[in-house]
Write a protein that binds this ligand. Sequence first.
Ligand code: AMP
Length: 450
Amino acid sequence: MAEAKKFRAIKGVRDILPPESALWNRVEQTARDVFATFGFQEIRLPIFEQTELFARSVGVNTDIVGKEMYSFADRDDTSISLRPEATASVVRAYIEHGMHSRPGDVKLYYMGPMFRRERPQKGRYRQFYQIGAEVLGQSDQPAIDAEVLEMLMVYLERLGLVGAKLHLNSIGCQECRPKYVEKLREALLEVINELGADSQRRIETNPLRVLDSKTPDEQAIIEKLPRIGDHLCASCRDHFAQVQQQLKQRGIAYEINWRLVRGLDYYMRTTFEITAPGLGAQNAICGGGRYDGLVELLGGPPTKGIGFAIGTDRLVLALQEVGAGDVKAEVRKDVTVPVTGVVLKAEVGRVKVEVGIDVFVAWMGAASQPAAVKIVRKLREAGLSVEVPAEEMKFKKSIGLAAKLGARFALIIGENELKEGKYALKRLADGHQESLSEADLLAQLKAAQA
Ligand code: AMP
């Protein structure tokens, strides 16, 4: 009899075994809980798509598309690829299902495996996992960028990840970036002989990626290159300044990193990365940014977008490094999953679920916005799902949108409320309204939730 062959998992691919799988469950469940309080809903996406979708969105000259995709010809010869990331799929789905006609911004999250043929090492795998979120809509208000970052930091804090650092940059728009890239290319050509082969190649294909170089010999040269921050157009400069102001208002610490350019073509303006301690070279646990224009590029209507992807494998490693990976804490008997959404009382199979958000915050007057941001954070911490418009809206429009989103309450914050230190809470089912202190407001909403 022939000796039985011993099978092993393919290089760069691994099993996640108990008890570690319990930590993965906690990481994923916490994402569901926290993201729901920010009004995000899950989208489940296919694992493979037409190769062209990724070529067009991620970019043909990127390493991901050029070297790392698992592509194959299907039996009918269509070229198919295992997804290397999921934003392209989210955008494809947004267009395919006409989601732009939904009320308010479309806020989606996903989690699952991604595939890239990279050189395997600690924190870098060929099948790895991401938890990501995207906001798609008509507005590019800096408050949206800041709220997405707030959600990320609240999530990491809830998991107990200490020492996470937010790196922030703006890479400009179609107006100013090409001009900057030209300047960068010229500057790089002057020093071409001092650069390594990879960077030399990138001068032609994707000069921004030279800034990503970790090669020790190139560091001093890169430091002297022109910086995007000095070449942003007036509107990008203004947008970036406002994002920062909104982050400060929310108490979110960040560091500007002018070399943060990201490896995907679709990013513009705000770009960011989060690093965690104890991970060595692969210390980026999250990357993201704004991608206005990607929906149009893929054949949809003009739409703004921003999102991020957390590398779940690395997040789990980071939690273990900082001692927050204790799986004994996993045993939860009282899990409640808030269900949020835009449709009231949908029938899902035979189970009737009530969906809709808890609170829509109608704030009026620029002075009310910081107060709105503060109280919203507290309501979300209490587990309520809350929607707060990124820009000021007329009262009637606010209440109209609140109703369309299936909100149970509207919280009204205007000049009078600010002056009196009170909040007006309106129950949308019957229009009943009362004026409440912060403590009473929290108590009432908690009681209504139970
Ligand atoms: P990206 O989609 O390239 O912006 O990456 C977002 C995050 O996904 C990174 O910050 C990493 O945490 C994670 N990631 C990307 N590639 C890998 C990989 N090959 N293995 C593990 N994690 C990865």
